[in-house]
Design a protein around this ligand. Structure first.
Ligand code: NAD
Length: 368
């Protein structure tokens, strides 16, 4: 069974195909996109060990020859040295302007390979085959690509839309529970930011998805991708509505920076904790009902997701230290951080005028 979500971006429009059993079928599904039947796959060591053979034989079955560039797993690969390695390898393999590169992995690989494709020969096309839940519901769609600078995360990059996104739900079977739940934080985000019915559905169906139900996972990924596709097609370059996708990120990025982008806190976990704080801030400012943050926290608890700062191992900076880290976020304009706040579950908006005392109070309360 497959479902297709269109991403409407004029001549750069593409489709996201979601289903099971898609890797063995990759060749016949992707052949129409190739001008000549050969490709380079960029992937990481973990995904390569688990799924590369299946992808390559699936491509071969459809007549597409492939070779792979394998980089170390983890955020550290979104770096200048790794970008150089990937770009030079693509050139050495004589990837031409009309060829397509395949990004096969989590968000790190999508961002790295997508950016390499964006700058190679002033832009070659690429296909996303995302393998983590986070990449399937978020990073593979929308065309943001890039790497990290020693001065901050995602500071170097380009908008470069993929030509196609192929999402095989089966590969999630090998994802650790912790990585699955981190990706689930981004799924919940779509409900919280703009679709109360989806959040209701997740409250009921979430545990079934976590336990491996395939049709539920397809539906959750479909609804997430459709939400993201809608926002991206209305505001590709983040001049307005796309900023809502940053719900939880202002707090989350500060926590990620405070934990050194390490295993202490995964990106999706930071977003989940950050969304809890965004709801607490909204309630403190009298924007949403006082009981709404508890409903969000109760769902995270039911799923076993990290949901509060107390769930982060080790020391954290105090409230002022975290506010300092927020000031370095890339969404800061004129030194003022943007917060995505909520009037209710499913009703969010951007606010650049949050009083710092309110942020400090929410953080101080969460840190005890
Ligand atoms: P990741 O790519 O590091 O993947 C997480 C871990 O899971 C890695 O160790 C990876 O090897 C492993 N993995 C991936 N698929 C697997 C599978 N099927 N089975 C077993 N292990 C598997 O990280 P991520 O959480 O996927 O993505 C986080 C990155 O995405 C961050 O760098 C973030 O900045 C970026 N991101 C980008 C966007 C965007 O719009 N471009 C959006 C959100 C996040």
């Amino acid at each position: 069974m497959t479902v297709t979500v269109p991403v409407a971006l004029g001549e750069r429009s593409y489709e996201v195909v979601i289903g099971t059993g898609l890797l063995p079928d990759a060749g016949s599904r992707l052949a129409p996109f190739f001008r000549r039947p050969r490709t380079l796959i960029v992937t990481d060591e973990t995904v390569a060990a688990l799924h590369l053979a299946a992808l390559q034989s699936g491509l071969e079955a459809g007549g597409i020859r492939s070779e792979a560039i394998v980089v170390p797993a983890g955020e550290g690969s979104k770096s200048w040295p790794m970008l150089e390695r990937v770009v030079e390898a693509l050139l050495a393999h004589r990837v031409e302007r009309d060829d397509l590169v395949i990004a096969f992995g989590g968000g790190v690989i999508g961002d790295l390979a997508g950016f390499a494709a964006a700058i190679l020969r002033r832009g070659v096309g690429f296909i996303q085959i995302p393998t983590s839940l986070l990449a399937q519901v978020d990073s593979s769609v929308g065309g943001k690509t890039g790497i990290n600078s020693p001065l901050g995360k995602n500071l170097i990059g380009a908008f470069h839309q993929p030509r196609h996104v192929l999402i095989d739900i089966d590969v999630l079977d090998t994802l650790s529970d912790r990585e699955f739940l981190a990706g689930y934080g981004e799924v919940v985000k779509y409900g919280l930011l703009g679709d109360a019915d989806f959040f209701d559905w997740l409250e009921t169906e979430g545990p079934r998805l976590r336990d491996g139900d395939k049709s539920g996972r397809i539906e959750a990924v479909r609804r997430s991708v459709a939400a993201k596709a809608g926002i991206v097609s209305r505001d590709e370059k983040e001049h307005g509505e796309r900023a809502l996708l940053n719900l939880g990120h202002t707090f989350g990025h500060a926590l990620e920076a405070a934990t050194g982008y390490s295993d202490r806190l995964l990106h999706g976990e930071g977003v989940a904790i950050g969304m809890g704080l965004a709801f607490a801030l909204s309630a403190r400012l009298g924007l949403c009902a006082q009981e709404t943050p508890s409903r969000v926290a109760a769902h995270f608890a039911a799923m076993g997701l990290r949901r509060s700062m107390a769930d982060i191992p080790g020391e954290l900076p105090d409230a002022d230290g975290l506010i300092e880290l927020m000031a370095q976020d890339k969404k800061v304009v004129g030194g003022v951080p943007a917060f995505i706040l909520c009037r209710a579950i499913g009703d969010s908006f951007v606010n650049r005028e949050v009083p710092p005392e309110a942020v400090r109070a929410v953080l101080a309360e969460a840190l005890v």
